[in-house]
Write a protein that binds this ligand. Structure first.
Ligand code: 3PG
Length: 414
């Protein structure tokens, strides 16, 4: 018996279902087109099941966050979903005012309406309790039009945000099929990882991962942590390495003095187990050029790890029985800087270790390199997966559990 409801617990025919998915996709910086549709494809079973059961499906999702370059409307997402479903998906450039409400009220069973980016509503990202979010304009306007709330956004399950938790207070709520699959498969693998275990962190976000790295090493869940990308650069900076102005600017808002103090503390504690790149790739005259650590500072962006780092990391990965991958090793979208990610990911794919990969960009890189079948478990989660790996509570899962409890109490009282 699950602690949360699933689609098995409800009849949905002719019911209006608010479906929160995580379609926060990797985009092409120039065209803003979706470069990898994995997250949408993985959510298809839930959407298809709801269509087959003749529900009216109202999709809520986010892309990027206010102020980021990838903060765009959900139109492209709706178009991609329409193509994959082979069925009309109506995009509405509104979230909860008259246009959205009218579209919902005029839906027929089996229809799919896709509302705009929920993060255009500024209260969406406020960190609040579900009960407080339930008082928001978003929930107050949409909940009365719906019969059921389904959350399939595992990748955002660590965010205590309005559209992710607020509806669970006022509507019968269930986990979607993807959420259910992620939770059941991850529960099976995170409790006792087979040793040695190696955790690889990379990509372009780093602040959220620091506490995770600390806990993984403190709990002895991880034997080795291999760093690449912006996370590696942040550790190098905290260690006192001068990266050069361009690379320092790349830390953006996440690069606060407090975060570097925190990183330094973690590094000092686990210096022997945290591994940092010893060489890098930069662009020179349109070509890839590798430079050693001693070549820093440099007024060019570090776009990939270099050959020596690749070899050192492979040696550490070789005896591993459990490997966790979060984030590509470099700017793999650019063929000049794909080498680090490609070599390391291919090495993991052919190893006998139980491998888990998570995060939008990680999964996109795995797809691009056609390695999906060779990784033991692919999770759609980035930050959510890391938190799950640490045994931390996920706001969305907690909200779904509370919703089930609330419902059981109501049934008893009747
Ligand atoms: C993700 O892509 O990891 C989730 O959608 C969460 O995105 P966020 O880090 O912008 O909240």
């Amino acid at each position: 018996m699950k602690e949360y409801n699933t689609l098995d617990d409800f009849t949905v025919e002719n019911k209006t279902v608010l479906l929160r998915v995580d379609f926060n996709m990797p985009l092409d910086k120039k065209t803003l087109n979706i470069t990898d549709d994995t997250r949408i494809r993985l959510a298809l079973p839930t959407i298809q099941e709801l269509i087959n059961k003749k529900a009216k499906i109202v999709i809520l999702a986010h892309q990027g966050k206010q102020g980021s370059w990838d903060f765009i409307s959900m139109q492209r997402h709706a178009e991609t979903l329409q193509k994959l479903l082979g069925k009309q998906v109506t995009f509405i450039d509104d979230i909860y005012t008259e246009k959205a409400k009218h579209a919902i009220q005029t839906m027929k069973p089996g229809n799919v309406v896709f509302l705009d980016n929920v993060r255009k509503y500024s209260a969406e990202t406020e960190k609040k309790k579900p009960e407080e979010h339930a008082q928001s304009d978003l929930v107050k306007n949409l909940a009365p039009l719906a019969d059921l709330y389904v959350n399939d956004a595992f990748a955002a399950a660590h965010r205590a945000q309005c559209s992710l938790t607020g509806f669970t207070v006022v509507l019968p709520s269930a986990a979607g099929r993807l959420m259910e699959k992620e939770l059941t498969s991850l529960e099976r693998v995170v409790s006792k990882p087979e040793k040695p275990s190696v955790f690889l962190f990379g990509g372009a976000k780093f602040a959220d991962g620091i506490a995770t790295i600390d806990r993984l090493l403190t709990n002895k869940t991880a034997d080795h942590v291999l760093l690449t990308g912006l996370t590696a650069n942040a550790f190098l900076k905290a260690k006192g390495v001068n990266l050069g102005k361009k690379n320092e600017e790349a830390f953006g808002e996440e690069g606060t003095p407090e975060i570097f103090t925190e990183i330094k503390k973690v590094y000092n504690k686990f210096e022997k187990q945290i591994h940092l790149p010893v060489d890098f790739a930069i662009e020179e005259n349109g070509k890839r050029k590798e430079i050693p650590l001693a070549g820093l500072p440099i007024e060019k962006n570090l776009f990939d790890i270099g050959e020596k780092t690749i070899q050192q990391y492979k040696k550490l990965l070789e005896p591993a029985k459990t490997i966790f991958i979060s984030g590509p090793c470099g700017v793999y979208e650019n063929p000049l800087f794909r080498k680090g990610t490609e070599e390391i990911f291919k090495f993991i794919a052919q190893s006998k270790a139980f491998s888990i990969a998570g995060g939008g960009h990680t999964v996109a890189a795995i797809e691009q390199m056609k390695l999906r079948e060779k990784i033991s478990h692919i999770s759609t989660g980035g930050g959510a997966l890391e938190k799950f790996m640490m045994g931390e509570k996920l706001a969305v899962v907690e909200a779904l559990k509370t919703a089930k409890q609330r419902q059981l109490i109501q049934v008893k009282q009747k």
